[in-house]
Design a protein around this ligand. Structure first.
Ligand SMILES: C[S@@+](CC[C@H](N)C(=O)[O-])C[C@H]1O[C@@H](n2cnc3c(N)ncnc32)[C@H](O)[C@@H]1O
Length: 347
């Protein structure tokens, strides 16, 4: 039996599933070594331990090599050494589609890389080269480099299925654990507003795993709204979610009730909409605010949010910040949970 000392991330049994999922979503889990357990913890062998996983224990430990080494697409490619080093170790899988970014140097080899990815992922039917998301609707340029000429797929997570068009709508498979985390915080009877719902993954996760009175799910993107309606139906939550095709700037007009919880997943711009979120907030409201920020800008952003809140007679408390994923070197996709409470004197 061959063993080797490698890097691992460990968690107590209660957190192991969340950690395993987080590692899978980031394609960090090593499949060539056996997972280890002791009386208290589970140890996952990893390719890398990025900063966003720093809340878990990172250790070096001896792991047993698995009998059969699973296929890694890199093992099937023969490129110059320098190019091999540039091949991405991580990429997103949305349903039956792989979304991958390639450096300029690798661009001429895109078809070969795509074909190899198809061969090594038996559930994948299409491989797309992607640009970063951009524009108001947070969509991206997508070029099919291998497989079927199809950008519509069905992604499953936590027993839910989401139809997603990777070209015309935003969707991140890496946010699955975050969506479940938020759903687990929802108390029975809450009124929820998902201000930038996309194909409605947060709303559906909440409707299925919690007992809200209603989730109002808004988006400006017509294609996203069509898929969101389809997703609500296929996940059997028609009675819990109201899909609204609107501009979040009009949120006060389109939401009939005050919200106990607001989800604001619109990094880079959520800040601009924060006053509107507070305008529909109940006297005590939890806001799940998402942004892309450098470490040093997080505090500044929170102070700015506090200032906006004060202008609308709200006090922000229980501010909790999480780094969800790395966006660029030293820049993070940040989730901030905030409790907004209306001043007693104006409530
Ligand atoms: C980052 S995506 C998040 C989608 C979804 N919440 C998710 O987690 O997959 C942001 C969404 O906000 C929508 N959006 C952008 N500006 C908007 C606006 N002014 N009003 C309503 N929706 C908007 C985009 O169309 C996009 O679907």
């Amino acid at each position: 039996m061959t063993t080797k000392k490698i890097t691992a991330v460990c968690a107590p049994f209660t957190d192991a599933e969340s950690l395993r999922r987080a590692l899978r979503e980031r394609n960090l889990l090593r499949n060539d070594f056996e997972i280890l357990k002791d009386r208290k913890c589970i140890y996952f062998p990893v390719k890398d331990a990025p900063e966003e996983l720093c809340s878990y224990n990172v250790v070096t430990k001896s792991f047993k090599l698995k009998a059969v080494k699973p296929q890694c697409y890199k093992d099937h490619l023969k490129l110059a050494k320098k190019l091999m080093e540039e091949l991405p170790t991580s990429y997103d899988v949305v349903g039956a589609i792989i979304l991958i970014k390639l450096s300029k140097a690798l661009f001429p080899y895109r078809k070969e890389i795509g074909k190899t990815l198809l061969q090594t992922h038996k559930n994948v039917r299409t491989v797309c080269l992607i640009d970063p998301v951009s524009g108001e609707l947070r969509t991206r340029n997508v070029t099919i480099i291998a497989g079927e000429n199809q950008t519509l797929t069905t992604h499953t997570e936590f027993g839910l299925s989401f139809d997603v068009d990777v070209k015309t709508t935003y969707f991140s498979s890496r946010l699955a654990s975050e969506r479940k985390r938020v759903a687990d915080l929802v108390k029975p009877g809450e009124i929820i507003v998902d201000m930038f719902t996309g194909v409605a993954p947060f709303s559906i996760m909440i409707a299925r795993y919690a007992k809200p009175t209603v989730v109002y799910a808004i988006d400006k993107n017509k294609e996203a709204i069509t898929l969101a309606k389809q997703n609500v139906k296929q996940n059997h939550v028609l009675d819990k979610i109201e899909i609204i095709h609107a501009d979040a700037n009009d949120v006060e007009k389109v939401i009939p009730k005050k919200a106990d919880r607001v989800i604001m997943n619109l990094p880079f711009s959520a800040y601009r909409f924060f006053p509107l979120a507070l305008s529909i907030a109940a006297n005590i409201c939890i806001v799940h605010y998402y942004d892309i920020l450098k470490e040093e800008d997080i505090k500044v952003r929170i102070n700015a949010l506090k200032k906006i809140a004060a202008e609308q007679s709200f006090i922000l408390s229980d501010v909790s910040i999480r780094k969800i994923k790395t966006y660029a070197p030293r820049e993070f996709y940040i989730g901030i949970d905030i409790t907004a409470t209306k001043h007693a004197d104006v409530a």
